[in-house]
Design a protein around this ligand. Structure first.
Ligand code: NCD
Length: 313
């Protein structure tokens, strides 16, 4: 198996700052990791003897377990740390935690935090490589990479595809990372949401915006649904769940407006009956479970790419 391609970054803090070539190289490497994960012996040695700490300030099942498996399949010792944060003294707590962990000499820190920018701040304080596993409504780079890998495997390319990102874009780091990645790779992006669920400076993104889901879905190759993030909402952004599902929920009838072979995606966790009909989520066009498998592969690829910058290599 080929060595990891050279990757000039010590950390992965976002998709912003990655070149299209670097993105493609990570996806190519992830293809090899899929093969490893499908073997009986799912082990490589790249991170043997290394320590990976998963530091999660926000609850997560899927992303944390995916990073844990990825690290273990590369031979690292993986420790999971869930940190409950008191709402006071956040900045201080974050830096204190970082310094404490740094003293334990980890090689890689995987960090999720509820505030945008917190992971970058932490990366400045520690000596090891840092991976952003989601910071507030800012970025979630490994999610965008796994989405891109899933799409590329089905469509053979990203360039020129029409991708609709639908729902709670305002609160979504997944949407942001996907917009940056897909634009860099030459896809055409449509955002579909009620105005209340769009970020304020949305015109800066250079994407097409639709408030009417039926119009936005016409002819698209990929429909990416987002969870309605009620825990992040400080006010009532939607009149009612029933109303939301009627206008912005992906059901069989609305999906029929997309290309006949359009992929249905969702980063999870799904609110069935809120943003997506179970018939669509479990239907023939859904690649939602495949996204989970691609998640482990992409995280292995990122860990391997960053491992080049660990000392003694
Ligand atoms: C996403 C996240 O945490 O940003 N989920 C995930 O990574 N599994 C999307 C979401 O929470 O809706």
């Amino acid at each position: 198996m080929a060595d990891a391609p050279s990757f000039p970054h010590q950390h992965l803090l976002g998709i912003q700052g990655l070149s299209p070539l670097e993105i493609s190289a990570l996806l190519d490497l992830a293809e090899e990791e899929i093969a490893v994960s499908r073997q009986i012996e799912k082990k490589k040695q790249t991170l043997r003897g290394r320590t990976q700490i998963n530091l999660f300030f926000e609850a997560s099942t899927r992303t944390q377990s995916s990073f844990e498996l990825a690290g273990k399949r590369l031979g690292a010792d993986v420790m999971n740390m869930a940190v409950a944060v008191s709402s006071v003294k956040k900045g201080e707590t974050l830096i204190d935690t970082a310094m404490t962990l740094n003293a334990m000499r980890p090689d890689i820190l995987v960090v999720r935090h509820h505030s945008a920018g917190a992971v970058e701040l932490l990366a400045q304080k520690v000596e090891c490589s840092v991976i952003n596993a989601g910071d507030g409504a800012h970025e979630h780079p490994t999610q965008a990479l796994l989405d891109a890998l899933t799409i590329r495997r089905h469509k053979g390319r990203l360039q020129g595809l029409k991708v609709a990102i639908c729902g709670d874009i305002r609160h979504s780091r997944v949407a942001r990372s996907n917009i940056i990645l897909l634009q860099a790779m030459g896809a055409q992006i449509r955002l579909i949401a009620p105005s209340t669920l769009l970020p304020t400076a949305i015109d800066r993104f250079g994407v097409d915006i639709f408030n009417d889901m039926r119009q936005g879905l016409v002819g698209v190759d990929v429909v990416m649904m987002l969870r309605l993030q009620r825990e992040r909402m400080s006010a009532a952004y939607v009149p009612s769940i029933r109303e939301y599902f009627r206008y912005y929920g992906l059901d069989v009838e609305k999906l029929a407006l997309a290309a006949p072979d359009a992929l249905v995606m969702h980063p999870g966790p799904m609110n069935r009956g809120v943003e997506i009909d179970p018939l669509v989520a479990d239907g023939p066009q859904s690649v939602i479970r495949e996204q989970v498998e691609m998640g482990v592969a992409v995280r292995m690829a990122v860990l391997e790419a960053l491992a080049q910058h660990l000392p003694n290599r």
